[in-house]
Design a binder for this molecule. Sequence first.
Ligand SMILES: Cc1ncc(COP(=O)(O)O)c(C=O)c1O
Length: 450
Amino acid sequence: MSEHRAADIATTSAMYDFVQERESAARTYANRFKLVFERASGMRLYDLEGREYLDCLAAAGTLALGHNHPRIQGAVEEFLGSGALQQALDLTTPVKYHFLKRLYQCLPARFAENARVQFCGPTGADAIEAALKLFKTATKRNSIIAFHGAYHGMTSGSLALTGNLTAKNFMGGLMPDVHFMPYPHPYRCPFGLGVEGYRASLAYMEQVLSDPESGITLPAAVVVEVVQGEGGVIPAPIDWLRGLRRITAEAEVPLIIDEIQTGFGRTGEMFAFEAADIEPDAVVVSKALGGGYPLALMLYHKRYDAWTPGAHAGTFRGNQIAMVAGTATMDILLEDELIKAVQEKGEYLAVRLAELADRYPRVGDVRGRGLMWGLEIVDPDGPLDMVGNPPPDGMAARAIQRECLANGLILETGGRHGSVVRILPPLIINPLELDEVVARLDRALCAIHG
Ligand SMILES: Cc1ncc(COP(=O)(O)O)c(C=O)c1O
């Protein structure tokens, strides 16, 4: 234990209380335990008392390469001492040039060929807001289609597209004319049809976009996540994504894919939509894009570039540190076959988590892709729903989360009623660490099963 930590064991309590008393009641995970985190490396965090934790939250999926990756850190340190501009609005700089070159290498070639980019920093929600504005301007239409369970952010427009009602209750005056369609969700199928439900979702969408009596004017865009993250880790079937692309293209409705959480290797592809081999009209990215620093942008087909100079702006769009860190991140993702390894690790994790589901009736469903997984926790004795599954149990999910923390494993809960235990480690997690994550989760499940 370092000297200053040893000096005052009460420091954790004092620091925690100081922050907790001042920070808003909107705090979530950090509300539930009295810990102060001091250091981090790779996928490990260390609290003030020197205890080690495996981090399966990774700053909500932001830290693709883990905490303090030496190459990112090296690039940032070199940049900080270089005398280069730190903030540059939308000026051209060598840093921006190299960042964009790398970014375009990451994009599928067909999409890259016609892609324009709008820097929208600093957060994912900012990029969503920009996308809404651009596509309304370009199409001269007002309505937007989003999906049940979607999460696109907490600002007025992005919250209007978000499914979760806790954040929306009492928020009259959000962006109007947003319409929600059923997202394919085999385990909680809104049509009660299970795995075949995605066909009904497509049929419904096709009907809405073509029916002159649907009540919904032709939308400026459809906005979708390929794997819903905050909504409870729900991967859309490939055939649904292809169907959605076909239907939107036929109706001449732009398709915006939100890759804020899934982008840059998270699902075992550079971008999650690549698994379906579709071409969206726009892609919105953030989180891993800035290598741990805030940066968000929108990429879109040049045919929609309807803005005039100044039509969209923002002070922190030229965050050069984030571009340096993001370039280093993309260098590593492109060079190291890391994304192929994510696929393999995901397949391994799927098997190990399915074993847990076999042993513990409280694990109702296991779903995910790459290194983005969720275990839906249920009350096995509760009444079955239309698909034949027991009800979600958010209390039990939180109890598992607490047990995991006691075992040195940090993970978040999400989804309906907070019933999904989420596993979102840095992509650099190694096989031993994967096993350790499963072992600690196993212990937590065992503890709550009694
Ligand atoms: C899919 C998706 N879209 C948008 C956002 C909003 O990003 P931010 O929190 O940076 O505003 C998030 C955040 O978790 C997200 O997961």
